[in-house]
Design a protein around this ligand. Structure first.
Ligand code: SAM
Ligand code: TMP
Ligand code: ZN
Length: 405
């Protein structure tokens, strides 16, 4: 057993996804020999129920000047974050000279709307490449990791914060003790800390095991977040579900007693309990389904190859590193991955080294089948690539089950 990063309790491992590369390290051929690997396994704390990885990858290996994920690449996500920002402006940022902080602001997909409204703000973003894009959009960025010390510095220089927001970043941060002490130091007395991440309830329901990779250190549930908040002097006062990125929950915590909890918290907690989401038996059953899906996907790809069909993939996602490396799916089964991100193109995917091509290669000569690694953007991508279907192409999906559509 390893020790829980939140409470020190015993973490029992329930799924071993093997030796894995950094999920966002897209390689030049010259870098293949020096690739970094670690063991990807996930367990659950028997005391506080937090689901977490058992091995931590040093943060500087993942988040640096070449970090290749640009949040603004999806129109659905741009819309989601614009709406989120406008909603905060209307509800929480109505006082005199409000102050908004975002942890992991990336290319400014959300903060650009706050900046355009002239509201005092600051984004923490250690990955300098994406941070520069945010700055070019008028966003104020500090190119540091958010943690206790950097949060205290901002409190000293800029004063208390009304809203600290974060999307798809808090689950990346193993050192949540330091982070929450930083939130405590920075937040005003009636301030809120709001964050959204992939939801364990959705991951279990859809067997979306590709949500597990180096950057996703925690798989949050309402139960585990409530316990964590209480440990650090906060209270979980709201939860909201969103369909983005395969199913997420947005958690709102406030200082204990400062805000009336919404009934949504008790409701989702009751649903989680009724489904036994955080029970070890459920998680072991999830692990069994993961192995079955891997076997079915590999069998399908091998059979298509035997029939002489051409198969490419769509979306060089961080998630796909888990699938390809766990299942041993390499360039023999997938000829290339199409991705619109320049920073990933003309490189090789982590671990299994499938070439990444721009979408023009895909549209110039459609394969017979396309494995949709970016299944969380299915609607957007399938609409954009309607020509593929019109030409007789078929999509392969593996969440929640392996199927051809
Ligand atoms: N918020 C964006 C979104 O939802 O699309 C970006 C999500 S991206 C998957 C995670 C971002 O968090 C990266 O840009 C990374 O550099 C940043 N990050 C990682 N650790 C961080 C930390 N401790 N403080 C602030 N940002 C961090
Ligand atoms: P994500 O699932 O982590 O958001 O990653 C999605 C990946 O898919 C990212 O590398 C960008 C790529 N992508 C496209 O190539 N075309 C698209 O239309 C969309 C939405 C994403
Ligand atoms: Zn624990």
């Amino acid at each position: 057993m390893t020790e829980c990063r939140i409470c020190g309790g015993g973490v029992e491992e329930f799924l071993d996804l093997g030796r894995q590369p950094l999920s966002d390290a897209f390689l030049l051929p010259a870098d293949v020999d020096t690739e970094f690997f670690y063991r990807l396994a996930v367990g659950r704390c028997e005391a506080c129920t937090m689901v977490q990885l058992t091995e931590e990858v040093p943060r500087e290996r993942m988040f640096h000047h070449d970090y290749p994920y640009y949040s603004s690449g999806s129109s659905v996500m741009r819309e989601h974050f614009t709406k989120t920002a406008l909603n905060f402006i209307d509800t929480e940022l109505t006082g005199e000279n409000p102050f908004f902080v975002e942890i992991g602001c990336n290319d400014g997909v959300l903060l650009r709307t706050i900046a355009e409204s002239g509201i005092r703000h600051l984004g923490f973003e250690p990955s300098v490449g994406v941070a520069k894009v945010a700055q070019s959009r008028g966003v104020r960025v500090r190119t540091d990791f958010f943690e206790e010390s950097t949060a205290r510095e901002v409190r000293e220089s800029d004063g208390p914060v009304d809203v600290i927001f974060s999307a798809n970043t808090i689950c990346h941060i193993p050192y949540l003790d330091s982070l929450l002490r930083g939130v405590d130091a920075l937040l005003g007395p009636n301030g809120i800390f709001v964050w959204e991440d992939p939801y364990l309830g959705d991951i279990v329901e859809k067997t979306s095991f590709d949500q597990i990779y180096d950057e996703h250190f925690y798989l949050f549930s309402v139960r585990s977040v409530q316990a964590m908040a209480a440990r650090f002097g906060f209270e979980l006062v709201n939860v909201e579900r969103f369909p983005v990125h395969g199913g997420e929950v947005r958690y709102t915590i406030a200082r204990t007693g400062a805000r009336q909890p919404s009934p949504a918290v008790a409701e989702l907690l009751a649903e989680e309990d009724a489904r036994d989401v955080v029970e070890l038996e459920t998680l072991k059953g999830f692990a069994t389904s993961v192995a079955r899906i891997r076997d079915e996907l590999v069998a399908l790809l091998r059979s298509l190859k035997a029939q002489g069909k051409t198969v490419a993939a769509y979306g060089a996602t961080a998630k796909s590193a888990t699938v390809t490396n766990y299942a041993g799916i390499g360039p023999d089964l997938i000829s290339y991955v199409s991705d619109a991100t320049p920073a990933k193109q003309h490189r090789l995917t982590p671990g299994v080294h499938i070439p990444v091509n721009p979408p023009e290669v895909f549209t110039a000569s459609y394969p017979d089948y396309a494995l949709l690694f970016a299944w969380n953007h299915a609607e957007e991508i399938m609409a954009k690539e309607q020509g593929f279907r019109d030409a007789g192409g078929q999509w392969i999906l593996y969440v929640p089950e392996v199927r051809v559509v």
